[in-house]
Design a protein around this ligand. Structure first.
Ligand code: BGC
Length: 422
């Protein structure tokens, strides 16, 4: 009997220690509710890395995922939550919208974290400028996505006897050959943001960076109603003939799956598509190929994911927000996240040796285009103009894509008025 006593006592002591331990953690642990739209296979893996890095700091992750590629649905939900006084602690907000939210006075400054960790020395100015409001950091950048990519299935191209295109002429020759071989040439999801993603790729590839900047960043009326824009619109519309009947409303990752499975030859999409190929166990350069969208090899449409923190009162939760910001900027997180997401690290100096050739090319091109002036913000991904104008332009582009009646001239008139939306 006596010999069992210590054994009986020790679980009690252990329990007491565990309880005390839990109390200790609870006193410091905060909770961060994180709004994002990363719900596809590759995206979810990347989001898991984010969750893990917050939990590693002893905090609680409250998932607030709103499905819908490009984030339009998430932004609608965010607005209603903030209006009803129930903002999440952190939200995926990008580009010029960060300034709009900051002006509303609802965002918390994370400048103390940024100063302590010297973010100004770790980020290129093109990135840090977007993350600051009145000189203070109000958001933390996660990664850099390149939007002007074309993803191809080499088996499909082989079957069709086609060559992966470098120009728009080559694109249509390849598409004809794939169509003849009885497969879908272009995997597309007919949702407004995907239409706009294709449209901006055509604008960049046919018009070049100067045209892209004038028309889609400065929203210059003359460029929006120019012969170049007319050519862009007709070329964009021509692509529709090479998509399949099921394209309307399809999610982008299902379009990527068509290329993965060899049902379709190619997809024009940002490099989050690579996250899907990788999550499906596909090998870059072998099972799939990445090339710049036709005509845009020397340019780079950038899309930077970032998180803004909303003002909170609870001290432990504020601490958790700051810990999340700090974790996001750590080199380890930057590497793991982008390996899953298909993007490249936004923090300078992160080693690229674990990354594939698509990411290495993206990284080299990001630096080179920043120097040459061919680094341009993606309109379709909230980096170029205010969200009101972006939304109006997106509507016109989708109407034009879907309508049998709208001429390129009509579309140009509509684009020029959409650009004025405040
Ligand atoms: C975001 C990506 C996301 C993609 C598809 C883009 O706007 O920047 O992080 O993977 O939309 O949802």
């Amino acid at each position: 009997m006596t010999s069992t006593r210590p054994a009986l006592r020790s679980p009690c002591i252990a329990l007491a220690v565990v309880t005390l331990g839990a109390l200790h953690v609870a006193a410091h642990a905060g909770e961060v509710e994180v709004l994002h739209w990363w719900t596809s296979g590759g995206e979810a893996k990347a989001a898991q890395a984010l969750k893990g890095s917050l939990q590693a700091k002893g905090h609680v992750w409250k998932d607030f995922a709103v499905a819908g590629g490009g984030g339009d649905a998430a932004m609608t939900v965010l607005k209603s939550r903030v209006v009803s006084g129930n903002a999440p602690a952190a939200a995926q907000i990008k580009g010029p919208s960060l300034q709009d939210w900051a002006k509303e006075g609802v965002l918390a400054s994370i400048d103390d974290v940024a100063k302590a960790e010297k973010w100004d020395t770790l980020l290129p100015p093109v990135v840090s400028d977007i993350m600051k409001y009145k000189g203070n950091y109000i958001a933390v950048p996660v990664n850099v996505h390149r939007v002007n990519w074309l993803w191809a299935n080499p088996e499909v191209f082989k079957k069709a006897g086609a060559k992966v295109p470098g120009s728009w002429d080559e694109f249509f020759s390849a598409a004809d050959a794939i169509k003849k071989a009885g497969l879908t040439a272009v995997a597309h999801g007919g949702q407004p943001w995907q239409d706009l993603t294709t449209f901006e790729a055509v604008a960049l590839g046919l018009g070049g960076t100067e045209f892209y900047k004038k028309a889609l960043v400065q929203l210059d009326p003359a460029s929006l109603k120019s012969p170049t824009m007319e050519k862009v619109l007709t070329t964009f519309k021509r692509i529709k003939d090479y998509t399949d009947k099921g394209a309307s409303g399809r999610d982008w990752n299902l379009a990527t799956a068509m290329v993965i499975k060899g049902e379709a030859g190619m997809q024009i999409m940002g490099d989050w598509a690579k996250g899907e190929f990788i999550a499906a166990g596909k090998v870059p350069g072998k099972d799939f190929v990445c090339v710049a969208a036709p005509g845009s090899a020397k340019a780079f449409t950038f899309n930077i994911d970032s998180f803004a923190m909303f003002k909170l009162k609870n001290e432990a939760n504020v601490k958790a927000q700051k810990d999340l910001a700090s974790a996001i900027m750590s080199p380890e997180f930057q590497e793991t996240f982008s390996l899953n997401k298909g993007s490249i690290p936004v923090r300078m100096g992160v080693k690229m040796d674990k990354f594939d050739d698509c990411a290495k090319a993206s990284s080299a091109d990001f630096g080179a285009t920043a120097k040459s002036g061919a680094l341009v913000p993606s309109l379709a991904h909230g980096m170029a103009v205010a969200s009101s104008a972006e939304g109006a332009i997106k509507d016109v582009v989708s109407q034009f894509w879907n309508s049998d009646k709208m001429s390129a001239k009509d579309a140009m008139d509509k684009l020029a008025s959409a650009a004025k939306t405040k």
